[in-house]
Structures are given as structure tokens and as C-alpha cells.
Design a binder for this molecule. Structure first.
Ligand code: SAH
Length: 355
């Protein structure tokens, strides 16, 4: 059995190649070939001797992702990729070309166990965790596409399918790899991790000393509504999540983002906005309002633009930092793992076989 070298830290590569007589310092060269130059074939690692290349070929493989399907939004700004791993499992990865740079949204699990009622990723539960390498492979896939246009990935949002803090070690490995100088060399600040609110892991993350941006999926101004929308609220109620987010803000000095999916008549009324403003008062916080991508099967509908504006206004009047998420790629259902559960009629679907 050959060993998959993709997803290893440079130190791990050093340990892996040592037994085959390759000096450890070769690890940095190999890491750069894999992560920065997109090389899959050891034969092309031209600063290694022929003998070393042969040894690597005999004992190691490089597992990336392959393209299962691609969708482009009509405006060309959002691209969604269904990417397949070595075992045949596939996840969604999204590229958003924003005015401030190229942002990639990665998945951290195949499916999700959290059971939020508005989310399509969780409909079939969780199949498995992704490894750090599998999460990184999604980013490098997009980065390689961008490199063809002399661009690259600027920011990463860990907001695709899965609950990242339920796959803690792998997600941390991914984040550290993104930061490594032999890999993407990204600052921690350009990485955002979004969680449904696993309190012990939020604290654990705060203690890592990595200034990644934390985003909390709040979605409700009180316990009652939050428990209806998000089963996790029964384990870690709203006040505990807010307290953990405060500790995170204090420890890292980073402003926390609160995501709030607006669902017509469920959590989008004026009194909800007032209650939310009360919760946010005095916090180092930014509220991100997201008009829900309707889930018709569950009767959850997007509020009118007028209602969204009204909600925003109430927060603004109370001096709460608030933004309404620019909806990108809604025509290709890019926001939240809906691809696998809908028939795509309007979006342009390119199957891998056409590429
Ligand atoms: N499990 C993590 C990360 C994945 S979900 C979390 O809960 O934060 C990423 C974001 O997409 C979350 O804020 C989630 O609530 C949101 N989302 C899920 N379904 C959605 C939908 N139908 N419309 C809009 N946003 C949705």
C-alpha cells in the first residue's frame, strides 16, 4: 500500500521519507512541489535526484480531488464545484469572486449531523469527516484554476457542508497548512470558521492562539426559536454560545460575526430584531443577515426585501454593526449544500465528462 503524502505537514513528510533514505531537508522541496506547484507526478520534481524520485514513486501517492460537476452562476462570479475524493465521496466547494478578492468556501464533512431545519447539507446526516488534506485539496483545486488567470485564493470561509468544530483536529490541521509558508502562506485572519455553536470547541479554538475569524450561526434571538431551528441549542443554549463567543473575542481580540438566517414569519419580525439588538449590545460583534434560501419542503420562505430592510434598520438604529449578505450564486444554490437535493433547471451544469 502506497502512502498518501498529500495533506502532510512538512515535518510529517520528513518522517515519512526518512525510512527510504531520503534526507529530511528534501521534505520542504517535496511540499512545495505538491502544494505550490500542483505537481502530482514525482517524476516532475526536478530538483530531486532520479533515484529519490523513483523511491518516492514506489512508496507514495498524491491524492487530490477530481471534478464531478461544475456550475457557474449567470454573472460568472460564483462557481460551484462538486469534488470527488479518492474513496468516491464528493463534497461541494464554492469560489466567490468578491470585490475584495477570491474567496473559497470549503466543506469539512460529507453531510452534516447537526440537523438544522433550514439546511440541506444535513438531510442525510453525516457520512464521514474529511481529513485536513481533503479540505486543503478543495482550496488548492480552486487555487490552481485561479493561477491560470494569474490570480489566487485570498480568503477562505469554512462554511460549506459539515460542522467544522465537530471535526476539530482535521480542521485545525487544514488551517495550519493554509498558513504554512511551503503551502498557501495565508494569514490566519483571512480564514473564517463558522460554527453552529459547539461551546467546548469554541473555547479550545480560542486557546490555540490562532487569530482566525469566528462566525457563530445564531439564527434566533431567543432560546425557543433557536431550539426549533437548531437541535444543538438543546445541548448548548443561546446564552452559553454567546458567552463562549465573548470569551473568544476577548482572548483573540477578534470581532465575532453572528450569522442570522432570516426566515419569513419565523425570526424576521420587528420584535425579533429588537430582541437580537438587546443580545448584541456591548459586544465586539458584527451581525450578518442572510435571507434564507427557501426550503419549500419545510415551508421555510425567504422574507420580502422590505422585511429584510426593516430588520436591518432596527439593528442600525440601535448601533449594532450589521450587513446583509450579498447573495452570490443563489441561481446555482451555492449558499448551503442544496445542490444534491434539487433539480437544477436554470443553472448551467457542466458534467465532468464535458471538461
Ligand atoms: N455548520 C457550520 C458551517 C456550515 S453552515 C455552521 O452552522 O455555521 C454555513 C452557514 O450557512 C450557516 O450560517 C448556515 O446556517 C447557513 N445556511 C444553511 N442553510 C441555509 C439556507 N437554506 N439559507 C441560507 N443560509 C443557510
Amino acid at each position: 500500500m502506497k502512502i498518501n503524502i498529500f495533506g502532510m505537514f512538512v515535518e510529517e513528510i520528513g518522517e515519512a521519507i526518512g525510512p527510504y533514505g531520503l534526507p529530511k531537508f528534501r521534505a520542504a522541496q517535496i511540499a512545495k512541489w505538491i502544494y505550490q506547484h500542483g505537481i502530482d507526478d514525482f517524476e516532475n520534481m526536478t530538483n530531486l535526484s532520479k533515484d529519490h524520485r523513483k523511491l518516492l514513486m514506489e512508496h507514495f501517492v498524491i491524492h487530490r480531488v477530481s471534478t464531478q460537476a461544475v456550475q457557474q452562476s449567470a454573472d460568472g462570479k460564483t462557481s460551484k464545484y462538486l469534488l470527488r475524493f479518492h474513496d468516491g465521496m464528493a463534497v461541494e466547494t464554492v469560489l466567490m469572486r468578491q470585490t475584495y478578492g477570491n474567496s473559497v468556501c470549503v466543506s469539512t464533512q460529507v453531510g452534516c449531523a447537526m440537523g438544522c431545519v433550514f439546511c440541506a447539507s444535513t438531510l442525510n446526516g453525516v457520512t464521514r469527516n474529511l481529513t485536513g488534506g481533503e479540505i486543503l485539496a478543495q482550496v488548492l483545486y480552486v487555487n490552481q484554476l485561479l493561477q491560470q488567470e494569474e490570480q489566487h485564493v485570498n480568503t477562505i470561509v469554512i462554511m460549506g457542508a459539515g460542522e467544522p468544530l465537530a471535526n476539530y483536529e482535521n480542521v485545525l490541521k487544514f488551517i495550519r497548512l493554509c498558513h504554512a509558508d511551503y503551502c498557501l502562506n495565508l494569514s490566519y485572519r483571512s480564514i473564517t470558521i463558522s460554527t453552529s455553536g459547539l461551546v467546548p470547541e469554541i473555547d479550545q479554538l480560542a486557546n490555540e492562539g490562532l487569530p482566525v475569524t469566528l462566525s457563530i450561526s445564531l439564527h434566533a434571538p431567543n432560546n425557543e426559536i433557536r431550539s426549533q431551528l437548531m437541535p444543538i441549542n438543546n445541548r448548548y443554549p443561546l446564552v452559553e454560545v454567546l458567552a463562549a463567543a465573548n470569551r473568544y473575542a476577548q482572548q483573540t481580540g477578534r470581532q465575532v460575526t453572528y450569522e442570522y438566517v432570516l426566515i419569513a414569519d419565523v425570526n424576521d419580525q420587528a420584535h425579533h430584531a429588537k430582541q437580537l439588538a438587546g443580545l448584541m449590545r456591548g459586544r465586539l460583534a458584527n451581525v450578518n443577515l442572510i435571507p434564507v434560501n427557501s426550503v419549500l419542503e419545510r415551508g421555510l420562505l425567504r422574507p420580502s426585501n422590505k422585511q429584510v430592510q426593516l430588520f436591518e434598520q432596527i439593528l442600525l438604529e440601535r448601533k449594532i454593526n450589521v450587513t446583509v449578505r450579498r447573495e452570490m450564486g443563489t441561481d446555482i444554490l451555492a449558499a448551503c449544500g442544496q445542490l444534491r437535493h434539487k433539480n437544477l433547471t436554470e443553472a448551467k451544469v457542466i458534467e465532468a465528462s464535458d471538461l
